[in-house]
Design a protein around this ligand. Sequence first.
Ligand code: PBG
Length: 310
Amino acid sequence: MRIGTRGSQLALAQAHETKERLLAAHPDLREEQIEIVVMSTKGDRILDRPLAEIGGKGLFTEEIETALLAGDLDLAVHSLKDMPTELPDGLELAAYLEREDERDAFISAKANSLSDLPAGSVVGTASLRRQAQTLALRPDLKVITFRGNVQSRLRKLEAGEVDATYLAMAGLNRLALEDERVHALAIDELLPAVAQGAICIEIASDNAHARALVAPLNHAPTEQRVVAERAFLNELDGSCRTPIAGLATLDGDRLHLQGRLLDLDGTEMYEDSLDGPASEAERIGRELGRKLKAAAGPAFFDKLKAAGGA
Ligand SMILES: NCc1[nH]cc(CCC(=O)O)c1CC(=O)O
């Protein structure tokens, strides 16, 4: 059994967690039967440009998916947040592990919250969603593009390149990085990325053995939430070039989906939510996506395109 993963510390932690869960779910499986195979992707190699500029779907997945299709890997473990909403033919998501904390963390030595940051402070983030929401709340701040893995971003903060940055709480938790500069942001302050904090397992559709092996790892409530969020995203944009945020929560078998669509500088923001039975997660997601698309109107998307988004 070969598990493919990217080589960042976070990706490795997620692959090891998946391996542990497989061993726990299958007592007959031996440790040496599971091999973790580290692969480098385009997204890992190009570090000096914003992700939205490099563009293309599957920046962090293409090389791994090619290996799945070729049968060189049985499973691939990914942060679901980084996965395009449409997979290449012949591949499928076979399991979603229980979601970690979905919130963003605000990280700064200068303030405990985004609202306390002095005017003119510099915030570094590569995410269009975080950039736009930051400027919507604090148009007086300066936002710069800031890439790299979790550790390198913390080092840049340390070196004073920026006054504040953001990271997903899930990543910090999985790496057990505790830091007094880390403050979880309220959901309403910075609505998370679709599927933030969720790990998915991808397989080739013709690999029945892999599908059976990972089936017991699936966490149904996580699946319902991310299905709604990804349907919402798919309806609006699949390219990662539009600032979009979305979060589904469950109350028993009711699903509540919240969504936001912004322009790049946060001056326009469309926000709405929808409730329904969790069994209709996909429909709820699509409906909310269509609703926000209609509210924003074609002029919004034209403006975004002209500004280098969408
Ligand atoms: N785009 C990079 C990425 N992909 C997944 C995570 C964090 C873990 C997660 O959201 O599951 C991160 C880093 C970050 O946004 O801080």
